[in-house]
Design a binder for this molecule. Structure first.
Ligand code: UTP
Length: 275
């Protein structure tokens, strides 16, 4: 199967860097301007012609389900008023795709969160968006660039970005050989390496295409950095078989999991909207 139909959104993390805001509100629901981070992610998936959204949540994340559902009371109140247009975008999202949910019972890391989504994905290649990495592009969205690449390579794909070498200890970092313009065949992957041990300065950001054999591999993957089950470690198994490519995407990306990145994203989208 070459078409990617489903997108998984791991959204079970605690978002501790945003406490106290994230005590009762999921990090993925924090708004940049008026739109929650997760809605930006869902709209990016839709732009890549994906219509099935699979969301991994946890305790205290019910606001996510309510957001992607019709609020009859609100609809009734606002219908026919001058404020109705505020609901246009979210209505479009709700009517154009389906949402399903599962819970990650224990927060054992991103690899484990992705494995928790197996029940919603089944046996087909799928996309993964980490909504706290907010991407924007005036042309084609990052995920759309990646799904096109999947049709050509038919293997797992990670989106990468060049970072200053001193920041490698914040990211999964890849090493590999050039395959095409902006495309590398990955031979090495390390989670949060010290700069001296990093295979390159190419950091994985929150966009992936994964082949479904990744689930069995994650099941066999032992906890790694920070005692968590890391998707980077599972992907290394595929990379050793030559089945992972890294793609230097076109576009902008903001790390909205950090206060700094969140403020930058807010300023960027505000200035863009004002134009
Ligand atoms: P982060 O590494 O940003 O962790 O997760 P976090 O817990 O959300 O935030 P901090 O570090 O405590 O501030 C990256 C993505 O993976 C999801 C998060 O929800 C986020 O979208 N995640 C992480 C899970 O779903 N489950 C986990 O066990 C870990």
């Amino acid at each position: 199967m070459s078409k990617i139909r489903k997108c998984l959104f791991p959204a079970a993390g605690y978002g501790t860097r945003f406490l106290p805001a994230t005590k009762a509100i999921p990090k993925e629901m924090l708004p940049v301007l008026t739109k929650p981070l997760l809605q930006y992610g869902v709209e990016e998936a839709i732009s890549a012609k994906i219509d099935t959204m699979a969301i991994v949540t946890g305790r205290g994340k019910r606001a996510i389900e309510d957001h992607f559902d019709i609020s009859y009371e609100l609809e009734h109140q606002i219908k026919g008023t001058s404020k109705e247009h505020y609901l246009t975008e979210i209505r479009k999202v709700i009517t154009n795709c389906t949402f399903s949910y599962t819970r990650q019972i224990e927060m054992k890391g991103l690899g484990h969160a992705i494995l928790s989504g197996e029940t919603l994905i089944g046996n087909e290649p799928f996309a993964v968006i980490l909504a706290d990495d907010l991407c924007d592009n005036d042309g084609e969205s990052v995920l759309s660039q990646m799904t096109k690449l999947y049709a050509k390579y038919r293997c797992s794909i990670v989106a990468v970005e060049e970072i200053p070498m001193e920041q490698t200890n914040k990211y999964g970092v890849v090493g590999g050989n050039a395959e095409d313009d902006n495309v590398l065949r990955v031979t090495d992957m390390v989670e949060k390496p010290d700069p001296k041990d990093a295979p390159s300065n190419l950091a994985i950001i929150g966009r992936y295409i994964l082949t479904p054999d990744i689930f069995d591999i994650i099941r066999e993957t032992k906890p790694g950095k920070g005692g968590e089950i890391q998707i980077t470690d599972a992907l290394l198994t595929q990379a050793k078989q030559g089945r992972v490519i890294a793609y230097k995407f076109k576009g902008k990306r903001f790390d909205c999991g950090s206060v700094d990145g969140f403020v930058k994203a807010t300023n960027y989208f505000y200035n863009k909207e004002k134009k």
